[in-house]
Design a protein around this ligand. Sequence first.
Ligand SMILES: Nc1nc2c(ncn2[C@@H]2O[C@H](COP(=O)(O)OP(=O)(O)O)[C@@H](O)[C@H]2O)c(=O)[nH]1
Ligand SMILES: [Mg+2]
Length: 439
Amino acid sequence: MDLGKKLREALSKLTKRPYIDEKDVRLLIKDLQRVLISSDVNVKLVLKLSRSIEERALKSEKMEALSLKEHVTKVVYDELVKLMGETYQPRLDRHRILMCGLYGSGKTTSCGKLAHFYKTKGLSVGLIAADTDRPAAQEQLEQLAKKAGAAYYTVIGEKNPVTIVRESLKKAKEDVIIVDSAGRSALDGDLADELKAIADVLKPDESYLVISADIGQVAGKQAIEFNAAVPLSGVIATKMDGSGKGGGALSSVSASESRIAFIGIGEKMGDLEIYNSEKFVGRLLGVPDIGALMEKIKEISNETDVKKLETEELTIETFYEQLKAAKKLGPLGNVFSMLGAADIPKEMVHESEGKLKKYENMINSMTKQEKKDARILKNNASRIARIAKGSGCTEKDVREFLAQFEKMEKMMGMFKKNRGFRKKMEKMMKGGGLQNIGM
Ligand SMILES: Nc1nc2c(ncn2[C@@H]2O[C@H](COP(=O)(O)OP(=O)(O)O)[C@@H](O)[C@H]2O)c(=O)[nH]1
Ligand SMILES: [Mg+2]
């Protein structure tokens, strides 16, 4: 999404500087304002966000272990998460859902996506076609039901959606019942009455308003209006994949009486996500999955001997431990570089399992002394030959590994000069997770 790219650009200006001061923070805020307003985020919301960022960035207590830069990044992240609303938790028990929304917002498509979603959660799903305005709408829903493996209900030839729902409910015994309703080009009294009548019969546990993200901040107003007709439990914002105004849509809905429940990110069945503002903002700011990352960091910090990561001395052995730890983070990238510090070379982290195994074999073929002091291996052909033989690798492999290690050693030397990094690591490993270290 466009917004993410612009936000990352604004932030990277800041993170590229060796250090920052108040003036930089004010410039960043100006940048953010420009970016958010161009994504159709409401001006009032933007100003409120700016004030909070300024207040917190410049006045609030900065954690000792954080640089000002990290502190500001964290503040921006926190405030954007607040702006983008709460994370949603859909119910996963028996329940009934009413879908409503204007023409072309993605109602019928979202019915199919929801059916698919609940099916993957092990629930049976029934779809009821109560959009009698457009004959094609019923066929479309039937197709989607088939695709999702859901039951499909309607009353052929019946024009009254309320009758369709009443009759269908007599037959439908599935765990999750989803009713697709008719749209309009605007919400009028007629549509409001129709939705109320359907709701009277259906008694929905959840009523979702489907809106297309490309309407930007108007989404908030629309949510308020629909909410007056049928109390909404949430909004499904579709076409988040194609709209630069998604941030505007999400923030305005969050500021209204409603909240975002799901987002649609494409036309296919699987292109639906439970709304998670942290994940969303994390992605905008270029951190793929903050929640998952924090989980993993915790896991790794439990498993990894913290002492080894804090150690003054880098040996092949400790290097291997770190490599394994970084590797566990997988495609999320490595934590260390997220902290703004260089660590294990990215290429190494992304190397295949096979290669890691190779390293392991090589290390196992080294003597204790060699593991403690790699210098004795350097340019020592006979030792290298022995390790190659012992590990079933080529000598070239061993030399490559040693070169990588040396690269790492150099970086480690840089860390040692950077006391802040050590502190951050300690804090992180003590379980504070990412929240405590600047993101
Ligand atoms: N790119 C994209 N297209 C979507 C998304 N959701 C729905 N659409 C498309 O929007 C159009 C209208 O969707 P439909 O479900 O028929 O809207 P309805 O009139 O509200 O029932 C269709 O072409 C869908 O494929 C989405 O999340 N991303
Ligand atoms: Mg439809």
